[in-house]
Design a protein around this ligand. Sequence first.
Ligand SMILES: [Fe+2]
Length: 323
Amino acid sequence: MPDGQMPRTIAEMPAQHAAQPRTKAEARGRFFNTGNAFNVVNPPVPDHLFTAEPARAIDPATPTGLIDCDISGILGCACPATSPLVLARYARIRAGETLATDFQASGVIAYVMIGAGTTQCGDETISWDAGDLFILPGGVPATHVAGAEDSVLWIVTNEPQLAFENLRPPAPGQAPTDVVHYRGAEIQRQIDMIYEIGRNEEIAGSALIFSAERQEATKNILPTLTAAMNSLPGGVVQRPHRHNSVAVSLVITGDKCFSVIDGKRKDWAPWATTITPPVSVHSHHNGGTEQALFLIIQDGGIYYHTRAMGFEFCEQPTAEAAQ
Ligand SMILES: [Fe+2]
């Protein structure tokens, strides 16, 4: 709207200030209205597939360090972000080398893609192997040491969530989790048990959901984040559904697998990080013969807590995409 012109509707009004502020505190006030600041629409979360980042992470020429899956520019977020509240990264640690991390998060989720090594966090040390998952408390520095071969981890935190509120990580001992370690063999045993016992069609897939002693009541891994190992046998389609949480997933195994998101096909790639946008109608398809495995992190805890998950089964908007 050009300067000096009267707005035609309240939607065209710029932010309003107090006319005659008597204090700095009064001068800081701003006023919007239902025309220009209600049902605010931010840039949508895209159905992005990160493939360059894992390619770098598994490249032997890549030095020890972190590789962010960062689309903060697309999202309009001020700090690195994979989705508005979640940041996923790959960590490459060369054989015998050490990577130190101190994430500005309330908790850290790490999956071992390749290699074996140790992680020290506070006064605890764990030894991990490929296929293991572990959780670390935020606010506690950690050192990760690769063993005799190069190691690659997939690390997810809620750093963007803390950055959104300009919060610091909890003081040592105050994080919502302790160090928690899930061995790959135990994860597989738990998945096998889920298949043995079976389910009905009203249960959304056959995923193993991770929790821990201090989060047992929430049934989550962290207050905001949920972590699930989803499996899809060869030839199987996971029923289309939607929810208000975003999913940031790591493709672990899966040949000829793809998702259909709002009617659009998205092929998976080895070790890719894939975003399933919030509210989108999505289904996962295994067009191969081997069982597919993918680790799904969602900001689901926040929607459970606010009673706003909005889960429902639904139909894909177009059938042709699922060919
Ligand atoms: Fe889903």
